[in-house]
Design a protein around this ligand. Sequence first.
Ligand code: URP
Ligand code: ZN
Ligand code: ZN
Length: 470
Amino acid sequence: MTTLLRNGTLLTASETFAADILIEDEKISLIGRDLRHPNAQVIDATGKLVMPGGIDPHTHFDLPMFGTVSSDDHYTGHKAAAFGGTTTVMDFVVLEQEGFQRSVDVWLEKSAKAAIDYSFHMNLTQFDEKIAREIPSLRAMGITTLKVFTAYNGNLRLDDGSIFKAMQIARDHGMLVMAHCENGDVIETLVTEALKTGYWEPEWHALTRPGWGGVESTLRVAGMASAAGASVYIVHMNQGGEVDMLKYARERGVKAMGETCPQYLFFTIEDLRRPDGAKWICSPPMRTAPDNARLWEGLSEGLLQTIGTDHCPFFFNGTQPIVYEGHEIAIPGKELGKDDFTKIPNGLPGVEDRLPVMWTCGVRAGKITANQFVAYNSTNPARIFGLYPRKGALLPGSDADIVIWDPEKKVKYGVAHSHQRTDYNLYEGWELTGMPEKVFLRGQLIVDGKEWLGKAGMGMFLERAEGVFI
Ligand code: URP
Ligand code: ZN
Ligand code: ZN
């Protein structure tokens, strides 16, 4: 199939210019002015922006947690992502006792219904000599990234020595360690004390996970990366002190990179104090308004490298069904913790919201440039995670993952507009300006206005190469 996108304004991580794009089969074949092709279907993009499809480096679809499961699976979450202008997602594989191959196979089975392109990070939540020996085998499975946790004692956490060894292995095998930074020991003690005292409300989720734990853990992990001569990527950076630590480390030559998520730019612990505060429960938690502001500075000043979503949705009231694609569905969610904040499933929806929210509140508000928008949401994730220039670029030879963006389209946003399979939206009632109009995945139109043209199974697993430090 041949498609010609005419008269659009191309938006990349570094440039904005008028040009046409010729798409042949799955690839961009030509970019230039006044392109012609005898058999092409022509789409007029006059007045629109044309940008590479979003890449979300941080999602959790179909993730078992607290006796339930995140409510978007590898089809519903992909469809939602596509409606928000995202064409590639990176999901985290749960490490099973049976080892890496079995764990990846489980995630590949779950992903058979993928609707957009996807790849995996491996959660490195166990560590011994056997696992250490087997880490390099992940490269042959197309996985080049390992997520480690400095929190979730007795569950996901690795001790510092194991994290350090994992970094050395990653360094030697073209892989990258991603770090969830909190202080697990402090959290464990504070949670025990809070429960003993009878505190059950959602705000205690944040009060038992103090910000300093994230700040010192960010510096600790950066310090370990420096000692290992490795790169490290800090996921879901949520507070000003972490931005400061990242800056400190990078200024001293440490190869540390950072991701933030939209929720940490807008919400605070005050949201957890609302009657529906459980909607904002995720880990790390929401912080304060000055933290929001410093994270914005981190983006505008280029101290941070990416925006991910950490999309891990749950129903607010999983006893009440919603209608999804004509069928009623209810999945146990936040109500599981109505009497105990430690039983509220951790996570929020966001995979669809990221681009529209960041356009209105970032680009239109003058906090980031349109080119930074593309860099953080697409090009930088592609470069860091070994997908560039196949993904994240408007270049001849790149996959034709393309968003035609209407910068003037106004929407009253919220759950009725969104395709995320949950009963609430963090941005309910927000007036947004700027929305995807058409979304192409490898040359195929999958979103056309309100119409869904994608299909379960059309998403492709992406084997990733070694990424780069930026
Ligand atoms: O609350 C969250 N973020 N759930 C997903 C797991 C994680 O740590 O990213
Ligand atoms: Zn995490
Ligand atoms: Zn996560």
